[in-house]
Design a protein around this ligand. Structure first.
Ligand code: A2P
Length: 270
């Protein structure tokens, strides 16, 4: 067996170091990994944090990553694209268990329950690695207490980009904190745009032609500011176009200071 010493990195005054626990490659473009959670690290489900690796001189290369684990998890999971010559991901994709990475001390973000008013349907609309904060939220009991139905939509180019597609339901069924609520309240809707799949088309197409609202989703076939709350995370183009549809339906953007009908965050892109 080939044994490789873990890659250790120099201490940095602004960042803590944390060891990689596991890595899972979905395809040549996408991977998940988790690091140990430092005892002092606190966050709300849905937030993001800067992570990175040493760069030139003493300036690490840091990027914002949504945390895919719920707020009480013992590890911090992330979902990342692989960019062959990307300043961070070219090296990050090679990490192995035991290797260290940098982690900023303070997480932040708007894809949190606190930034939304209560409602009966919560739509989690993501493309690509924008799925990550929603993986955190669907494991959080608060989400099921505050919203009647939770609809998790993941739009991707290829079937193999559907990270956690098969494992998600099994993971939730094994999670004593949320399994009963998830079974009754959560609906997972993957959609693929560049390969054949049972659901195909962009999220904005599913909204426009009404497929987003089809059975088993309950309620009106359209967004209603009195009932619907939406979180958007993914590509800049998807967020722009989906937010325009939400605004046209009368939904207003919220923030931590001013909770509203929908919130958004761009996923890390390179
Ligand atoms: P498409 O294949 O039609 O471009 P990307 O990998 O480029 O971030 O895309 C991830 C997913 O987001 C793809 O399925 C892509 O569809 C979709 N997408 C890209 N632009 C938009 C948009 N403006 N609105 C909705 N979905 C989009």
């Amino acid at each position: 067996m080939h044994v490789r010493a873990p890659a250790l990195i120099p201490d940095h005054p602004s960042f803590q170091t944390a060891a990689v626990k596991w890595v899972r490659h979905w395809n040549e473009h996408l991977f998940s990994f988790a690091i140990e959670r430092p005892a002092s690290f606190r966050f709300r489900s849905g937030e993001f944090v800067m992570i990175g690796l040493p760069g030139e001189g003493d300036r690490p290369v840091m990027r914002a990553y949504s945390i895919a684990s719920p707020a009480w998890a013992e590890e911090l999971e992330f979902l990342s694209i692989k960019v062959p010559d990307g300043p961070l991901t070219a090296r990050l994709q090679a990490v192995r268990p035991g290797d260290q990475i940098y982690l900023a001390k303070k997480p932040t973000g708007t894809l949190v329950c606190d930034a939304l008013l209560g409602g009966s349907r919560l739509w989690l609309l993501s493309t690509g690695t924008g799925l990550a904060p929603f993986l955190s939220l669907v494991h959080d009991p608060e989400v099921y207490q505050r919203f009647g139905q939770v609809i998790l939509v993941h739009g991707v180019r290829r079937v193999s980009d559907l990270a956690w597609r098969h494992a998600l339901t099994a993971q939730l069924a094994d999670d004593p904190l949320v399994r009963d609520q998830a079974l009754l309240q959560l609906h997972y809707l993957p959609s693929v745009t560049r390969e054949p799949f049972h659901t195909s088309g962009r999220i904005t197409d599913l909204i426009a032609d009404g497929r987003l609202f089809a059975h088993p989703v309950r309620g009106t076939a359209g967004f209603d500011p009195a009932l619907d709350r939406v979180m958007l995370c993914g590509s800049t183009a998807m967020i722009r176009d989906a937010a325009a549809l939400l605004e046209a339906a009368g939904l207003a953007e919220g923030s931590n200071a001013n909770p509203g009908h929908y919130v958004l965050e761009r996923a890390f892109v390179g």
